[in-house]
Design a protein around this ligand. Structure first.
Ligand code: GAL
Length: 656
């Protein structure tokens, strides 16, 4: 049975910093926000030094005033807790609250996120300021949501090698393992004489002569992730108490996996993320040719992937909290988005079910670190291109019918601990688990599929196809869910290759997944990305290849040139024995879609589509016009755009 569908209306928001601008400007800013079609405004996430310039000296007048001005025109407020920017006096009062980097250097005051999640003193301070703010503003009629902190993990701030982390980690280990012997066994510390006789002998896994024990590293990741959950929970509990009925939200990031976002989201009502398509393309894009081609609109699948991931985290409810409005300041290169790109990104988010798309930021700041980062308005207050595009989006969404988001036919499993496991022992210089998942996701998108991204323990009922591109660690619960789904299943390489304790399963990989497909991975190799092992005449493996012994009932569907099984299948369960290139993966996915009786259409170069209820949104990420006639049914009603999409063009249809 499929999960119930949800219907939401789309709205626009903006990130605003009243403390950056003279008070005389606030009223006209507010009026122009409304004129632009904006209804949500996020404030105060970095304003601690203005709210409390010194301990207990609380200065609320300006913030009261700002809220009054903004709400007077009907704007709804997303209040923030300012805990990403502890002020100087606070850091000076407990200097050991800063995080320590992997080289043992304390991270200094002077930018932001200079705190350690494990530091109990800092947590108390966060609880104190959160409670003060929640009591003051929590029941304000127009305060409709709270953003807790800002971008957990930004600037590499999850793993800290501080004293606080060390003692927290030891406690955590003693709870997890109960006895040092159990830890010794789980970690295999007999190797290199690393046995411990007390939890106090366990150090943090940095500054070792060569690589530390991988289970030690994996557990430290788990510990650090749990600290983020606890840090977030402390604030969410207080906000729920003093600000009942308001939505709690956090703004996650792109390609960021240092903590388990599903677990943090369990304490939130809404998951959101900060979408900077061009910055991300420059940072994470495949290669130079790809970056050049998509330089003005971003990678065609990167945003969609995160929309689906965070929709999964938010159990259906999600926002874009920060949407790139023009060139940013932080990527290696910061090109200007194509005219229309801001509009495209906004519509695409709504097509994936976003409730709100909120632009970062209202006005470009002429001072400080982000002076080269555009806003909807220029530093002189004049409307920049982002403003015009946001306004157009506001008008367009007002004319669209409310759309439902239904459960998709396809679930893609995303597992944070599996990413930590392959980062801990990549075994090949270019092995990037996240990139492998993205590759599967892109292949599905190019067949026009709308995908649900789910955590491994999620119920898989109602899906026709389940894809697990990178599930190194499969828990009992996950295996049970996989066994009880009627869906077809496709596993990527390295599936089930590690136990919970980061050991090779004694039955050989895929370990517990052998209950689903009877194969034994006998040897693996990593190879350079430009070395290709042919798979039939269809495509190749590069980066990673496995040698597999199939059981009696397993069919070898495809072979490598040297006659090794490349694609194995038992009933409706398949396993790919290497890192596939695009033609090979397309072939495999097409076969799976056919077998699962899922309708598909090839979107063609640069075009992507997303169905939401009866609405279909088609976008062109490329720099050239593209014809989308093949994606439009004869009786479909065009609501926005036309069948030829210009660069960064958008077409929205109601399907017949
Ligand atoms: C985000 C952050 C914002 C701002 C923005 C610039 O990562 O949350 O505060 O720095 O990037 O693009």
């Amino acid at each position: 049975m499929k999960a119930a569908s949800t219907t939401t209306r789309s709205a626009l928001g903006v990130c605003y910093y009243p403390e950056h601008w003279p008070q005389e400007m606030w009223a006209s800013d507010a009026a122009r926000m409304v004129e632009c079609g904006i209804s949500y405004v996020r404030i105060a996430e970095f304003a601690w030094s203005r709210i409390e310039p010194s301990r207990d000296d609380l200065q609320f007048e300006w913030l009261d005033q700002a809220i009054e001005v903004l709400t007077a025109v009907g704007l709804k407020i997303v209040m923030c807790t300012p805990t990403a920017t502890p002020p100087r006096w606070l850091v000076d009062s407990m200097p050991d609250m800063v995080a320590v980097d992997v080289n043992g250097n304390p991270r200094k005051f002077g930018s932001r996120r200079h705190y350690d999640f494990s530091h109990t003193g800092y947590r108390k301070e966060c609880a104190r300021i959160t409670e003060i703010l929640a009591k003051r503003y929590g029941r304000h009629e127009q305060v409709v949501a709270w953003q807790i902190d800002n971008e957990y993990g930004c600037h590499d701030t999850i793993l800290s090698y501080s004293e606080a982390a060390r003692s927290g980690f030891r406690d955590w280990l003693s709870q997890r393992y109960q006895s040092p012997d159990a830890l010794n066994k789980a970690w295999g510390t007999v190797f290199w004489s690393k046995e411990v006789s007390s939890f106090d002998e366990v150090d943090l896994p940095n500054l070792t002569v060569t690589e530390p024990n991988p289970t030690h590293v994996l557990d430290f990741h788990r510990y650090a992730s749990d600290q983020v959950v606890a840090f977030n929970r402390l604030q969410s509990t207080l906000l729920r108490k003093h600000s009942p009925g308001r939505d709690l939200v956090h703004n996650f990031m792109g390609k960021y996996t240092d903590f388990d976002h599903f677990s943090v989201s369990d304490d939130l009502d809404i998951a959101s993320w900060d979408s900077y398509p061009i910055g991300f393309l420059e940072q994470f894009g495949r290669d130079d040719a790809w970056k050049n081609w998509y330089m003005r609109a971003g990678d065609p699948d990167f945003q969609a992937f995160h929309h689906d991931l965070y929709r999964g985290c938010g159990r259906g409810r999600w926002w874009v909290m920060e949407q790139q409005p023009g060139p940013v300041n932080w990527a290696p290169y910061n090109p200007d988005p194509h005219p229309g790109a801001v509009r495209l990104w906004s519509h695409e988010a709504f097509a994936h079910g976003a409730e709100v798309v909120s632009y970062f930021r209202w006005r470009q700041a002429p001072f400080a670190q982000e002076q080269m980062h555009t806003g909807l308005n220029r530093p002189d207050g004049s409307a920049d291109r982002g403003y015009e595009e946001a306004m157009l989006v506001g008008k367009e969404i007002a004319g669209l019918p409310a759309a439902e988001t239904r459960q998709s036919d396809i679930a893609l499993i995303f597992d944070y601990p599996s990413i930590w496991a392959s980062e801990t022992q990549p075994q090949g210089a270019c092995y990037d688990g996240f990139a492998l998942v993205m590759q599967f996701y892109s292949a599905l998108r190019k067949f026009g599929q709308s995908v649900d991204i789910v955590k491994p323990e999620a119920s898989l009922q109602g899906y026709k196809l389940v894809i697990a591109p990178h599930l190194l660690i499969a828990s009992d619960r996950t295996v049970l869910n996989l066994k009880s789904t009627k869906a077809r299943i496709l596993f990527g390489p390295r599936s089930g290759s590690r136990t919970e304790h980061h050991q090779i399963p004694l039955t050989l990989p895929p370990g517990p997944l052998q209950d689903l497909i009877d194969i034994r991975v006998e040897r693996v190799e990593s190879i350079r990305p430009d070395v290709h092992i042919a798979v039939d005449t269809i495509g190749t493996f590069s980066r990673w290849a496995e040698q597999i012994q199939p059981g009696e009932d397993v069919e070898t569907v495809l072979e490598t040139i040297d006659a090794r099984p490349a694609l194995l299948r038992q009933g409706s369960v398949s396993y790919i024995a290497g890192w596939p290139d695009e033609p090979l993966l397309n072939h495999v996915i097409r076969e799976e879609l056919d077998a699962a009786e899922i309708e598909f259409v090839e979107t063609g170069d640069d075009l992507r589509l997303r169905d939401r209820g009866s609405l279909r949104t088609i976008v062109n990420y490329g720099p050239k016009p593209r014809d989308a006639g093949h994606l439009v049914g004869r009786n479909d009603e065009i609501l926005v755009g036309g069948t030829t999409l210009d660069a960064a063009g958008v077409l929205i249809l109601r399907r017949a």
